[in-house]
Design a binder for this molecule. Structure first.
Ligand SMILES: [Zn+2]
Ligand SMILES: [Zn+2]
Length: 343
């Protein structure tokens, strides 16, 4: 038909139609970037355990259908109005930090990580389980050329969380740092801790992870079922225990493995209470802290550090069409160690 506009090209997305429902692969029109946004042709998107928030409707106010995904790597293919400093064809990533309002008290203090109106890709707006994604520029991070798409993606949530928690933990080179759990977070935590110059004690269940933990950079391996706090005390006590395994019981049991002024740094998400007495905290002035991801500037530091030192996630990849299978694999806990969708 002369003069007729061609129909907008469709794209494939893996969406959650309703809380708790199965994934659907559907076609949608390719979205247009709005003011201050870019459109990204997605190349890879990690599947994170936090995607359960979207899948099962565990975050208040999510609108459905919703496309999960906050470990996104791709190429900018269109700029919205008012965008400067980013260009078409540029490789970028989008992590957990999906945008901030610049106006709340935390933002006015420069603490964008704790914005009261923090946006999260895949929760506040559609994330990376799709061929094209729109994101605000304050969520973007440039991706170094030497990092492959599928390897860079998990660094934008699992990577930055372990990297940022460790570098803000107060541990110094040479300190004994325990990384608890050899999984999606822990296998990166061990690598970063090694490259930061710590003496790394990896703590895992059973003995089967010992060889892998040492290959990743642990100086020693402790079986979590065999009095791990005592084992740490025999080594002088840990300056930092990075708890990646989502077990409050194990976190409680490990607390007495801390050295004086030591810190239990928590990034493993669970809703069960940790049991520690005031006496335990006061003796040796020991503390507990939680940590959540970081800003795109922190993501940039993470990617550059990984590029510099060779830290890489171990991944299993699935094509976008098999998102449900990839998600189930992640949920099974059997993946070695991060599942990544490729487009
Ligand atoms: Zn995540
Ligand atoms: Zn804010």
């Amino acid at each position: 038909m002369p003069g007729a506009k061609p129909a907008a090209a469709p794209m494939k997305v893996a969406q959650v139609p309703n809380p708790g429902a199965d994934f659907q692969i559907v076609e949608r029109d390719i979205p247009k970037p709005d003011l201050g946004q870019v459109r990204i042709q997605v190349q890879a998107c990690g599947i994170c355990h936090s995607d359960v928030l979207t899948k099962e409707g565990q975050w208040p106010g999510i609108q459905y259908p919703r496309v999960p995904g906050h470990e996104v790597v791709g190429v900018i293919d269109e700029l919205g109005a008012g965008v400067s400093g980013w260009k078409q064809g540029q490789r970028v990533g989008v992590g957990w930090h999906g945008g901030h309002d610049n106006t709340c008290l935390s933002c006015r203090r420069g603490d964008f990580r704790n914005c009261r109106n923090l946006k999260i890709p895949g929760i506040s707006y559609d994330g990376g389980y799709e061929q094209y994604m729109v994101a605000p520029i304050e969520a973007l991070v440039p991706v170094p050329d030497t990092l492959r798409d599928a390897e860079a993606a998990p660094l934008l949530c699992a990577g930055i969380t372990t990297f940022n928690a460790l570098r803000h933990s107060g541990a110094m080179p040479g300190d004994l740092v325990a990384v608890v759990g050899i999984g999606g977070l822990g296998h990166l935590g061990v690598q970063f801790a090694n490259k930061f110059g710590y003496r790394v004690a990896a703590i895992g269940r059973g003995s089967e992870n010992a060889a892998l933990a040492k290959k990743l950079g642990a100086s020693l391996y402790i079986d979590s079922s065999a009095s791990p706090a005592e084992a740490l005390q025999k080594l002088g006590g840990a300056q930092v225990i990075l708890a990646t395994a989502p077990s409050s019981r194990l976190m409680s049991a490990l607390f007495d493995g801390l050295a004086p002024n030591g810190k239990l740094m928590i990034i493993g998400v669970t809703s069960d209470p940790i049991e520690v007495t005031p006496v335990q905290l006061i003796t040796g002035s020991r503390s507990i802290q939680g940590w959540a991801a970081g800003t795109p500037a922190d993501e940039e530091d993470t990617l550059r550090f990984a590029e510099l030192t060779g830290v890489r996630p171990m991944i299993e990849t699935y094509p976008l069409e098999r998102a449900a299978e990839g998600y189930a694999r992640m949920m099974s806990g059997a993946a070695q160690f991060r599942v990544v969708l490729t487009m």
